[in-house]
Write a protein that binds this ligand. Structure first.
Ligand code: PLP
Length: 380
């Protein structure tokens, strides 16, 4: 059978397995015993992926909805929180928190670099009343992975431990994030990345401490009320109309991911990352992110060519979509990603097309650059 050509090498949305598309091809009613079974399968799969015994709540929204749900459910107005801002999505934590009346301390991190746990420790020493830390596992706008395990380990030693809130919208499944084992308090994710689905679902899991805080939170909320959703989920249902087709797709994608197993998924991302980094640096390209993610690689556009020219030519000549940099990085970097239903041979194909595009744009290929980027291997 001829393989379908993979086109999306963007950090979301991503390519979707055929069986997931098929699973989404029909409709069911969501208040039936049969659908309760679907909800149960989904819960089992999400708990496996999040590595938690807590219930994982599915929300009908894009990933940002789960970020907002984290803030409005777990915190109180005027709570002092620390936001690690090393890119567009770190910045978003700050914007949402300020919108809901939290006091936000921002730790700015140069775009392309990962936060240092010592810098967080310094802020916490001076601000003992910080009750939450907001961070990305993978800052998708730069391709950088923050040191979540190291941070969680440091926080465990504190007598007044702030809650650790992790945006794993692109970090889930592409990096090791065992929620219970590391003691993460809130983990949020989205459907259009490692979970191999279209955009439209968001996920959130809370530790016992975070659930306790949810009982005293005074931030207004209605649609994203996690205590209400939790009660419904205990009955294998949702508070509002369930996005049935996406949920059927999720049931199938979780089945595929569980069959593949987390260690093998992470191993595949590690191998793809190695191939991409080695190939690009052997051509003389510069990797933008210092602690490079396994799944989103930021690359400096060579020879002062605006990224959009490279992106347009890849699209025109090969029907392949990659992403530009965002905001201040627009046209300065481009981002290659291979989340979702992408195999090694698809990555090789992407690299061969990119090489052709760069050669057509007269970029000298082959001035080997030292392989000086630090990587974080994703291992459980
Ligand atoms: C790390 C991160 N956080 C937040 C978001 C926002 O998610 P959404 O666009 O699904 O609302 C994204 C999306 O790319 C992301 O990668």
């Amino acid at each position: 059978m001829k393989r379908r050509k993979k086109k999306l090498f963007t950090p979301g949305p991503c390519e979707i397995p055929l069986s997931v598309f098929k699973a989404m091809g029909h409709i069911e009613h969501h208040r039936t015993p049969q659908f309760k079974q679907v909800m149960q399968d989904i819960q089992n799969g999400l708990q496996y992926i999040f590595q938690t015994n807590q219930l994982v709540i599915t929300l009908c929204s894009s990933g940002t909805g789960a970020m907002e749900a984290a803030i409005v459910n777990v915190f109180k107005k005027n709570d002092k929180v620390l936001v690690v801002n090393g890119g567009k999505f770190g910045e978003r934590w700050g914007k949402i928190a300020k919108n809901y009346g939290l006091q936000v301390l921002e730790l700015s991190v140069e775009w392309g670099k990962a936060v240092q746990v010592e810098d967080i420790a310094q802020v916490l020493k001076k601000n003992q009343d910080v009750c939450g830390i907001f961070i990305q596992a993978l800052e998708t706008s730069t391709g950088v992975v923050h040191p979540i395990e190291e941070l969680a380990f440091y926080l465990k030693k504190l007598s007044r431990k702030p809650l650790l809130v992790v945006d794993a919208i692109s970090g889930l499944l592409t990096s090791a994030l065992p929620m219970d084992n590391w003691g993460l308090d809130v983990v949020v994710a989205g459907s259009q990345k490692g979970l191999c689905l279209p955009p439209g679902l968001a996920f959130i899991a809370l530790s016992s401490r975070a659930w306790e805080m949810a009982h005293v939170s005074d931030v207004p909320k209605y649609y994203f009320n996690l205590l209400v959703e939790r009660k419904c989920l205990e009955q294998h249902t949702t508070a509002f109309s369930t996005p049935v087709t996406l949920m059927l797709g999720l049931q199938e994608s979780l089945r595929l991911l569980q069959r593949q197993t987390l260690p093998r998924i992470l191993d595949q991302y590690n191998k793809m990352q190695q191939l991409v980094l080695k190939t690009l640096t052997s051509w003389g390209l510069e990797i933008f992110s210092f602690f490079s993610s396994t799944a989103v690689i930021g690359v400096r556009a060579p020879n002062h060519i605006p990224s959009q020219l490279i992106i347009k030519k890849l699209k025109d000549d090969f029907d392949i979509t990659i992403a530009n940099g965002q905001e201040e990085l627009k046209d300065k970097i481009f981002r290659l990603s291979y989340m979702g239903a992408i195999q090694m041979q698809d990555v090789r194909f992407l690299l061969s097309c990119l090489k052709k595009v760069l050669q057509d744009l007269k970029v000298p290929i082959g001035k080997k650059r030292a392989f000086q980027i630090k990587n974080r291997e994703a291992r459980l």
